[in-house]
Design a binder for this molecule. Structure first.
Ligand SMILES: [Zn+2]
Length: 494
């Protein structure tokens, strides 16, 4: 679903290239060439917001949290260089870690990024940075640089990336390259100079609103740690690391220029005691969903289950599992084998017919029809020379078809993992009524740390899987080595 909307988004953004000559930049006072008029900027922002609303749902789990984020955002916006704009601040229902701004003042945060923040000041820093992009009109400048030809080329590449197990990673890359052209401005930042300017402006708005501008550096450090951890996890999972918004990617938190631009905001600091309002922030985010929503299917330990689709499947234990919008991918600990689970849409004929259509094996005899756990299944095994061997199954469940496919990077790797791949295929089964009832998303809760409590100890009880200890530290801003102090309020996931 997100793939089509990303495509629509890119096409919508390509329409933003409407140059209206020179205009005055609200932040610098300089005249920028290639800036669209403010009316055009507003209109394009509204159109892009419609596209965003197709790609992301508003997070509805905690209505008070939406109000809270909006209030903080409006407070900062009133102290910005463009206080007259009609700002909108929305928490979207995504486990991704991201924040982005559209032209004209539509600003979005994922619930994924909120999970890793630890105070209202850090939330304000993220919002202030995004407001900075709006007030300095970075998106307008960036969109002017994109061309329709680039978008067309990326779209061509994307359409080629249809879902077949051998191409699992290419699809993601197709989306990424698409975003890399027009959406990069939106989802991954604007390049170093604009990011630094947004940090500078954000720090100024923080100070003017009664927060410590150093929260900007703190939040960059928190999210940088998240990113460093994800690079490690991505290596283990054999995937590309997530590309976050540029504040985290383009400069380290100890960067001299960053220290300088944030330091400039000190002159705006309000007299009196500065409170980062940590307790209030933790209160507002208590009960927020962490990770996958139930509607996206949930991973618990090595099992994936999808309540609406009504099935579960167990991946080999110790494999890294990633629940993506269009598929679930599990990678062996050494990265040499993977299993992909994905929907194939409606049933057409028998499972063997779909398997034939999809894999076109040399002879129909290579397709074996059978029943697993009461479900009709067709299994294809390919160990042809010169190709990466794979074993795949088309499984019919209720009125839909699913694909479970495992492959090794080499014949030796495939031989080593063949049993694990077979067991995964055979574990696909319908959920029981009791399992459907008990399916629930993970939530952020807070506890008061007792003496001697450690993240390793908490990880043992955690549903977060093999990286639980790192996740708990990241969630509490204590990555990579911190431990809870006695009496400290910390976030856990239940
Ligand atoms: Zn930015």
């Amino acid at each position: 679903m997100r793939i089509l909307t990303a495509l629509q988004l890119a096409l919508a953004l390509s329409c933003l290239i409407q140059l209206t000559g020179c205009a005055v930049n609200p932040v610098t006072g300089n005249r920028n060439f290639t800036l669209m008029s403010e009316a055009d900027e507003m209109r394009e922002g509204r159109q892009a917001a419609i596209e965003i609303s197709k790609a992301y749902n508003t997070y509805g789990g905690l209505p008070a949290l939406q109000n809270y984020v909006n209030e903080i955002g409006q407070k900062l916006a009133r102290k910005s260089h463009r206080p007259q704009l009609d700002y909108h601040f929305t928490v979207v229902d995504s486990p991704e870690v991201n924040a982005f701004a559209l032209p004209g003042g539509h600003i979005y945060l994922t619930r994924g990024i909120l999970a890793y923040l630890n105070s209202e000041a850090e939330l304000a820093a993220v919002l202030g940075h995004e407001i900075g992009h709006v007030t300095a009109r970075h998106s307008v400048q960036q969109y002017s640089a994109a061309t329709a030809a680039n978008v067309a080329a990326a779209v061509g590449g994307l359409v080629a990336g249809i879902f077949v197990p051998q191409l699992g990673g290419q699809l993601a890359q197709g989306v990424q390259s698409l975003l890399g052209i027009t959406g990069s401005a939106l989802l991954s930042g604007y390049g170093r100079s604009h990011e630094l300017e947004a940090d500078r402006l954000g720090a100024e708005y923080l100070a003017r609103s009664g927060y410590d501008p150093q929260a900007m550096i703190k939040v960059i450090s928190v999210l940088k740690n998240q990113e460093l951890f994800d690079i490690e996890a991505a290596k283990q999972e054999g995937r590309e690391p997530r590309r976050y918004h540029g504040i985290f990617a383009t400069h380290p938190d100890n960067d001299t220029r960053l220290q300088e631009v944030v330091g400039e905001a000190n002159r705006y600091v309000q007299p009196g005691k500065i409170d980062d309002r940590r307790a209030e922030f933790l209160h507002q985010t208590e009960g927020m969903i962490f990770g996958d929503a139930v509607s996206q299917g949930v991973v618990r330990g090595n099992t994936f289950q999808h309540k609406q689709m009504g099935f579960r499947l167990s991946f080999p234990s110790g494999w890294r599992i990633r629940n993506k919008p269009d598929e679930v991918v599990a990678v062996s600990p050494d990265g040499e084998a993977m299993v992909v689970l994905g929907p194939l849409g409606d049933q057409r004929g028998a499972p063997a017919d779909l398997a034939q259509e999809r894999f076109r094996p040399e002879s129909p005899a290579e397709i074996l029809s059978m029943t697993h756990n009461g479900l009709p299944v067709a299994v294809v095994t390919s160990i042809a020379q010169g190709e990466r061997p794979f074993k795949a199954a088309v499984i019919y469940h209720e009125d839909k078809a699913y694909l479970v496919a495992g492959r090794g990077d080499s014949p030796a790797a495939f031989a080593r993992y063949r049993d694990a791949i077979s067991s995964t295929i055979e574990s696909f089964r319908a959920l029981t009524d009791a399992e459907k009832k008990s399916a629930k998303a993970l939530e952020i809760l807070t506890i008061k740390a007792t003496n001697g409590l450690s993240y390793a100890g908490l990880a043992k009880e955690s549903p977060l899987g093999i990286n639980a200890e790192s996740y708990l530290r990241l969630l509490n801003g204590q990555y990579p080595e911190g431990e809870p102090a006695a009496g400290q309020i910390i976030k856990i996931v239940k």
